[in-house]
Write a protein that binds this ligand. Structure first.
Ligand code: EPU
Length: 438
């Protein structure tokens, strides 16, 4: 296992390219199972989660080839319907295999993903969608077992206590495209990653109509063909670099970025004191000359402020010149980064699903522990702004979702080193168990 040592206090400056979106790539790989023809997927980020997904697809019988320069070809000729726990437990997103397997094979057996540090993450809405489409769904020996001999288009309501479900919507869409009849999805998630999945499915021959925001009408077709699809830029990665610019008092231009996916983020971060200049597919972020302002934001499903940029905003809130409040409405307990930020000098209290920051923190380097992907990013941001050295453990979380983050930060001037765990001072080492996330 590796660790990061980060020396803070250096303004980051320069240009960095946005990678393809992790959360668009994973369902796109799953969607390739819907046809026996080859699907070429471009702008795929080089991430451990993508490699996990490739491994699962290969286990199912698909041919998965990395063509180079971020392009992958997936050919799902003869495939099996069973994804075992040893593979699925590594990545919760593997639950999005259910939809394609059900639609293509009329049956699926996929292990239930286990615990997750960012919250409960049930999949009841996915299962409800499959039942609404005529499937028999059972949980047996830790697996979700679906019999889908009698698929039939129907109305499916996807809203839950915390809004609509992103992967549940992807599953419902991928099932409905090959389900006879008309399916109407209500309260569907409308994240850019869902729109990207729909673009890929349309290129494969699916018939999907977006009848406005959260409503989709899908006319089932008999079969789908291969496609060439380019994954959208990672909006969460882009947002993270924008905060890196402001938190270090530098300026960063993110290229191949799509600012139309970042409306709520740009709005809240302008209020927080970040200046943005948008030009074609580039976003330049820097700290406003008037400095930071306290932050008040609430995460919500798209088009609201994304939960996946909440932890990074918390890092910024530590330094604001006054109290900030960050409320989490998607995963009410997603604040594992907060105690670690406190170890670096932040004054922050959790009240229900809000983190309340006193502000004015003078962050100082400390040994800290990453608990999940976005918490890792937040700790790196705080470390970049802190005085002295920060050691971050469990950085494998970061490698799941940020392509070559440390290399990219170094290209912007950061002093960040990836070191073997043995480099960590003995007093900082820990043996507590790890949980899967993302
Ligand atoms: N929920 C239910 N029932 C369900 C499904 C979800 O109650 O059947 C609840 C969840 O517990 C949560 C909320 O609904 O409170 C939203 O969950 P959702 O299903 O939308 O999340 P997801 O699809 O499992 C994706 C991303 C997450 C991102 C969320 C929210 C992928 C692979 N994962 O998860 O990304 O936080 O949407 O935008 O697309 C990350 O990248 O760090 C990450 C965690």
């Amino acid at each position: 296992m590796e660790v990061f040592r980060i020396r803070g206090g250096i303004p980051l400056r320069g240009e960095v390219r946005a990678s393809g979106s992790k959360n668009a790539t994973l369902p796109a790989f799953a969607a390739a199972l819907l046809t026996s023809e080859p699907c070429v997927i471009e702008n795929v980020p080089n991430l451990s989660d993508v490699r996990f997904m490739a491994e699962i697809l290969r286990h199912l019988g698909a041919e998965v080839e990395e063509l180079g320069s971020g392009s992958w070809r997936i050919t799902a000729g003869e495939i099996s319907s069973k994804a075992p726990y040893e593979l699925v437990r590594k990545m919760r997103a593997s639950v999005c295999l259910l939809g394609p397997l059900i639609a293509r094979l009329g049956k699926a057996r996929v292990a239930l993903p286990g615990g997750c540090v960012i919250g409960q993450r049930p999949i009841d809405l996915h299962l409800k969608a499959f039942s609404s489409l005529g499937c028999e769904v059972k949980v047996k020996e830790g697996d979700i077992v679906v019999d889908a001999k009698r698929l039939k288009g129907s109305a499916v309501f996807l809203g839950g206590r915390h809004g609509s479900t992103v992967t549940g919507t992807a599953n419902a869409i991928m099932t409905a495209v090959l389900t006879p009849g008309i399916t109407k999805l209500e309260s569907a998630a409308c994240e850019p990653e869902i729109a990207d999945l729909c673009r890929m499915l349309l290129a494969m021959g699916a018939r999907i109509e977006n009848t406005g925001g959260h409503h989709l009408t899908i006319y089932g077709v008999q079969s789908l063909g291969g496609c060439r699809h380019r994954i959208i830029a990672d909006r969460i990665e882009i947002g993270t670099y924008c905060i890196a610019a402001a938190i270090t008092g530098g300026d960063i231009t993110v290229t191949e970025a799509d600012s139309s996916h970042l409306g709520a983020f740009l709005d809240k971060m302008k209020d927080a004191g970040i200046t943005f200049e948008e030009h074609q597919d580039q976003i330049k972020a820097s700290l406003a000359s008037s400095g930071l302002n306290p932050i008040e934001l609430t995460t919500l499903p798209y088009p609201g402020y994304p939960t996946d940029l909440q932890a990074q905003a918390c890092a910024l809130a530590c330094l604001a010149p006054g109290p900030s409040i960050v409320t989490e409405r998607v995963y009410p307990n997603r604040f594992m980064h907060v105690p670690e930020l406190s170890r670096m000098g932040a004054e922050v209290a959790i009240e229900g699903s809000s983190a309340i920051f006193k502000g004015h923190a003078r962050l100082s380097g400390a040994p800290v522990m990453a608990s999940d992907l976005r918490a890792s990013a937040a700790l790196i941001l705080a470390a970049l702004a802190a005085k002295g050295d920060t050691w971050i453990q469990r950085i494998y979380h970061l490698d799941r979702g940020y392509e070559t983050f440390d290399e990219k930060l170094r290209s912007l001037g950061a002093e960040i080193e990836r070191l073997p765990a043995e480099a960590l001072p003995k007093d900082f080492q820990s043996n507590s168990p790890k949980l899967a996330s993302n």
